[in-house]
Each structure stands twice: as structure tokens, then as C-alpha cells.
Design a protein around this ligand. Structure first.
Ligand SMILES: Cc1cc2nc3c(=O)[nH]c(=O)nc-3n(C[C@H](O)[C@H](O)[C@H](O)COP(=O)(O)OP(=O)(O)OC[C@H]3O[C@@H](n4cnc5c(N)ncnc54)[C@H](O)[C@@H]3O)c2cc1C
Ligand code: SF4
Length: 345
């Protein structure tokens, strides 16, 4: 049993109060660091706590104050609603509620299905859509007890000077382990980011950064308050494939999201394939337009897309699952996702 360190805890009812607490905690730490992303301060938001609490118990973070978001009463933070054809999902919506929501299941069944595959029923009841998107990056050399990490001499992500996955690397390549992130990227979703200075919408693809220590393009004090998933055009086909060690409850060791838009005759108008659980940012497979657009997504097209993904995706030794096996599974998952997408109506 790992005890929590002593931490102050506040649970404001107004979003403004939460943002002010977070902003005060971030002061003095707002200087851009390295790649321009910003370090998060010693005051952190907590939603369901299903990621943050284990990380605190493992002493992965120095936190002085937790600002609980779950008492905030502003309605846009909860539930699924339609606005001008797009679906808005409040960041505090639980994964279980999102997975069961009739509107989300009807308009974006693949996203509801991806949320249904996360963790266990208990984790889905507590865990939120916003916390899932903001999930810290994970690494087999980092998500360990303080004793374990000290025995290895720590690493770049905290207290150390080296990376055990890529020795000599100057950045951290811990993996994005959020099931929602890959699919939201493929669907072209946006996140509403609110801070004391105001709010903005940014594509999920830009919110997620490639540096595992600072994987969110958020300024200290900013929160993700809702997601906007664009309306699916007629002819939309989508699927999500997740590879994990234990089917009952586990993070992905590899995942593939595929979103295809087909013309009435069946020719492919556009295809987006996103491969995740590689490093900090889901990878959008590039160069697919020339391979599939204007043609049917038949077996030959699937092979071309699978080969392109294989060329571009290089899993690292940041998880216990063998990287060579995970790489061999990239084309397998891409084929599976595309076949499933084509079967879906
Ligand atoms: C055993 C186990 C299995 C799991 N399996 C999976 C899995 O298969 N797939 C998967 O994707 N996840 C998995 N998880 C992780 C986690 O349960 C989910 O991702 C969950 O959705 C996290 O949401 P939360 O509200 O609990 O986040 P929290 O733990 O509250 O927060 C997570 C992080 O996001 C930040 N944060 C929270 N909300 C916001 C916000 N609105 N704006 C900005 N920052 C915010 C927090 O400060 C923290 O850094 C698993 C966890 C465990 C313990
Ligand atoms: S990828 Fe390297 S720096 Fe990042 S957590 Fe793992 S060992 Fe540490």
C-alpha cells in the first residue's frame, strides 16, 4: 500500500475560482522551457483522479495543492450536447456517461466505443473525458515507485539526467496512453481551453505535444473544459483498434484510429489514420491521399495504407511489450481498423 504525500485540497464550485487558484499556482513558472511548452506548476487540477492519484502515490510529481474540478457547477463542463451540428462533450463527463450517451453513440459510435474500452467499470465511473485527454504520458522506467526509480538513477522526466529508452536523448519519449486522444485526433476534434485571461479552441492534434515531460500545449492555470467533435459527413466510416496485454483492463500498447469519408459510389474522399501509444504524441500517418483518394478502399488499398503506416511508425522500448512485436502489429491493426470501418454502417 503506497500512502499519498500530504497535499492541500480545495474544491471550488465556480470555474472562475478554480482558474484563479490554478493561475496563482502557475505564477513564476510561466517561462517557456526548451521546446516552447511550459512547465506545470505545483498546483494541479484533479478530475476523476484515476491517473493522478496513482502518480502521486508513486511520487512522480511535486504537488502542493490539488484543485478538485468535480464540484464546479458550470453546465458546459458536463454532458453531451449538439451545437450547430457538432457534438460538444464537457470535460467532466465521466467515461461511463460518454460511452452510454445516446447522442454520442448515434453520431460517433467509435468514440463512445473507445471510451467503453478504457480501464474497468470503476475507472470509467470516476475517470473523465477531460482527464483522459490530459492523461500524463507513461513509460516503463517512470511509472514505478520512488524506490524503483532511485535504484535506476532516475531519468530525464524527473530528477535524472538520462533517458533509459533512448540513451543520449535530450527529450522524453514516454507514450501517450489515452484511448480518447488518437480517435479525437483522427476525427479532427478541438478542445476548449479556458484560463483567467479567456478561452480559445485548439485542435486536439495541436494540444498534444511530442515532449513527454510537457505533453500538453496548456499554459499554467489553463484547463480543458470541453471537446468539440465535428459533424460526420454522409459516407463516414470510422474504427478504433487497441492492442493491450490484458483484455479486461489495460492501457494500449499500440492503437490505431481510422476515419474514412466515402463518396456515394464508394470511392475514398479522404482517409485519416492515427497510430498512438508510440511516444508522447499520436502519429498522423502522412501521404495517404495519393494512395487512396478517388479509389475504393479495397484489399489492395488497405495493403498500401498498412505499408505506409509501418514505414512511419517505430515503437520504442518505453513499455514492457516488445517494440519489435508492436511494430509488426502496426500493419495488422491498420488493416483490422480499415476492414472494420468499411463494415460499419
Ligand atoms: C489500472 C488502470 C487502467 C487504465 N486503463 C486505461 C486505458 O485502458 N485507457 C486509457 O485511456 N486510460 C486508462 N487509465 C487512465 C485513466 O483511468 C483514464 O485515462 C481517465 O479517463 C483519466 O481521467 P481522470 O478524470 O481520472 O483524470 P485525473 O487523474 O483526474 O487527471 C489526469 C491528468 O489530467 C489533468 N487534468 C484532469 N482534468 C483536466 C482538465 N479538465 N484540464 C486540464 N488538465 C486536466 C490532471 O491534472 C492530471 O495530470 C487507466 C488507469 C488505471 C489506474
Ligand atoms: S522516455 Fe526516457 S525520460 Fe521519458 S520517462 Fe521514459 S526513461 Fe524517462
Amino acid at each position: 500500500m503506497l500512502p499519498l504525500p500530504p497535499i492541500r485540497y480545495l474544491a471550488p464550485k465556480r470555474l472562475r475560482d478554480a482558474l484563479e487558484l490554478l493561475e496563482q499556482g502557475g505564477r513564476g513558472r510561466t517561462a517557456p522551457d526548451g521546446d516552447g511548452a511550459q512547465r506545470r506548476g505545483p498546483v494541479l487540477p484533479i478530475a476523476g483522479g484515476t491517473d493522478l492519484v496513482p502518480n502521486l502515490k508513486h511520487r512522480l510529481l511535486d504537488v502542493e495543492l490539488l484543485v478538485d474540478l468535480t464540484r464546479i457547477e458550470e453546465p458546459h463542463l458536463r454532458g453531451v450536447r449538439e451545437v450547430a451540428g457538432h457534438l460538444h462533450v464537457g470535460a467532466l463527463t465521466s467515461l461511463a456517461a460518454a460511452a452510454a450517451d445516446p447522442l454520442l453513440r448515434q453520431r460517433h459510435p467509435t468514440l463512445a466505443g473507445a471510451y467503453r474500452q478504457i480501464g474497468s467499470p470503476q475507472l470509467r465511473n470516476m475517470g473523465t473525458v477531460g482527464g483522459n485527454l490530459c492523461l500524463d504520458t507513461r513509460c516503463t522506467y517512470f511509472n514505478q515507485t520512488a524506490f524503483w526509480r532511485a535504484a535506476l538513477g532516475h531519468c530525464l522526466k524527473r530528477k535524472g539526467t538520462t533517458c533509459h529508452v533512448v540513451p543520449g536523448a535530450r527529450g522524453c519519449v514516454a507514450a501517450c496512453s489515452s484511448d480518447g486522444a488518437a480517435l479525437l485526433t483522427a476525427l479532427g476534434a478541438e478542445a476548449r481551453v479556458e484560463g483567467v485571461a479567456g478561452d480559445r479552441w485548439i485542435p486536439v492534434e495541436s494540444l498534444l505535444q511530442s515532449e513527454g515531460r510537457r505533453h500538453l500545449a496548456l499554459l499554467p492555470g489553463e484547463l480543458v473544459t470541453e471537446l468539440r467533435v465535428p459533424a460526420a459527413p454522409p459516407g463516414r466510416r470510422a474504427a478504433y483498434e487497441k492492442l493491450r496485454m490484458r483484455e479486461a483492463i489495460d492501457f494500449p500498447v499500440l492503437s490505431v484510429a481510422a476515419v474514412a469519408d466515402l463518396a456515394p459510389g464508394g470511392a475514398c474522399r479522404s482517409l485519416r489514420v492515427v497510430v498512438s501509444a508510440l511516444s508522447a504524441r499520436p502519429r498522423v500517418v502522412t501521404g495517404l491521399g495519393d494512395l487512396v483518394e478517388g479509389r475504393p478502399l479495397d484489399d489492395a488499398a488497405l495493403e498500401r495504407v498498412a505499408a505506409q503506416a509501418y514505414r512511419q511508425c517505430h515503437p520504442l522500448a518505453n513499455m514492457t511489450a516488445d517494440p519489435a512485436w508492436r511494430r509488426a502489429m502496426v500493419p495488422v491493426l491498420v488493416r483490422r481498423a480499415l476492414r472494420r470501418a468499411m463494415e460499419a454502417r
